[in-house]
Design a protein around this ligand. Structure first.
Ligand code: TXA
Ligand code: MG
Length: 318
């Protein structure tokens, strides 16, 4: 990919889908809508294409990426599933759910996708734009969120353009992302372990498993997910969390029936709040530079994913 390209904005119709699939076949980069956030996609078997993802995002290190496929047959070609993995696959795929599973030898996935690990993060997205693109392309697509490294994840095609215009070949516009936070990531090595809270509530995963999820060993120097880095998803403005009342000069990102500048969900609906979270942070950034006080958000269900993202957005910047 040249340093600056004219980024095409493609409509999600048969012509746009075929153009997007052809760009992927040629080793190019296409951002596309999933139900969680927009992903920056490349052919997961093409190391040069995957290397371009890191360059376009200005991601400092080669962290492992999630591979997206259209169906379970596609998953089975890449990884091995035990009974637990099959149970979770049946419960949550297609959907906002990712599993880290043993990579099959000869699966053909670039080492840049796995960062040399013998496991692979895989996901079957549910939304139509992602499904149609994966079927048109016909192979595994590696895709991290389509933002510059460390910044707010995009939930509309316009957000992607604001981040990556001129750095990627195309954006396939699938409309706003209905879930709004990234997928829940579960590792099975071999204990079912929560690697990242996300679009499937942790409680739902534990109910499907019939047992609690383990928490990853805390190894702050060796995060297995960039989403586990302390500062991530960061707006320009400073955030203050669990703020029952604003301090002078603060703007308020509200939740529930509170006076505020912008409300994630006036009725206190966590699903609605997750859907609006990243767009709200962008909107507040665009509207001014003063600090943002964020209302308390219950730490249950999707609230755990929302609080996880807010804590990283509020963390001291490197
Ligand atoms: O909703 C999502 O998951 C979005 C959409 C585009 O699908 N994708 C996404 O990808 O958030 P990304 O690359 O930003 O985050 C994937 C996370 C990374 O933090 C990575 O470290 C972790 O998954 N991961 C990938 N492979 C792994 C592996 N083999 N072991 C442990 N963690 C892994
Ligand atoms: Mg990301």
């Amino acid at each position: 990919m040249p340093a600056s390209v004219a980024t095409k904005l493609l409509e999600c119709n048969p012509e746009g889908l075929e153009t997007a699939a052809e760009i992927l076949r040629q080793g190019g980069l296409v951002a596309f809508a999933t139900e969680t956030v927009y992903g920056l996609g490349a052919d997961a078997t093409n190391s040069a294409a995957v290397a371009d993802i890191y360059q376009a995002k200005a991601r400092p290190s080669f962290n492992p990426l999630i591979v997206h496929v259209a169906d379970l047959a596609g998953v089975e070609r890449l990884v091995t599933l035990n009974d637990t993995a099959r149970k979770l696959a049946a419960a949550f795929w297609p959907g906002p759910f990712t599993m880290v599973l043993p990579l099959r030898t000869g699966a053909g996935i670039s080492d840049l996708v796995t960062a040399g690990l013998n496991t692979l993060a895989v996901r079957i997205p549910a939304n139509a734009a992602a499904q149609d693109l994966l079927r048109a392309f016909g192979g595994p697509v590696a895709a991290p969120s389509a933002n510059r490294s460390g910044r707010i994840s995009p939930t509309t095609a316009a957000h992607v353009m604001a981040e990556l215009d001129g750095r990627i070949d195309a954006v396939l516009d699938g409309g706003p992302c209905p879930v709004g936070v990234e997928s829940t990531i579960v590792g099975l090595a071999p204990q079912p372990t929560l690697l990242r809270p996300g679009g499937i509530p942790t409680e739902d995963v534990e109910a499907a498993l019939g047992q609690p999820l383990a928490q990853p060993d805390s190894a702050p120097d060796a995060p297995t997910a960039p989403g586990q880095l302390a500062s991530h998803y960061a707006p320009d403005a400073q955030l203050r969390l669990n703020a029952a009342h604003p301090n002078p000069g603060e703007r308020v990102l509200g939740f529930g029936d509170v006076p505020c500048d912008l409300n994630l969900s006036p009725t206190g609906d966590l699903k609605e709040a997750a859907m609006h979270l990243f767009a709200a942070l962008r909107q507040l950034d665009a509207a001014g530079s003063g600090p943002i006080a964020v209302s308390p958000i219950p730490d249950v269900g999707l609230g755990r994913a929302i609080n996880d993202r807010l804590q990283r957005a509020a963390a001291p910047r490197p």
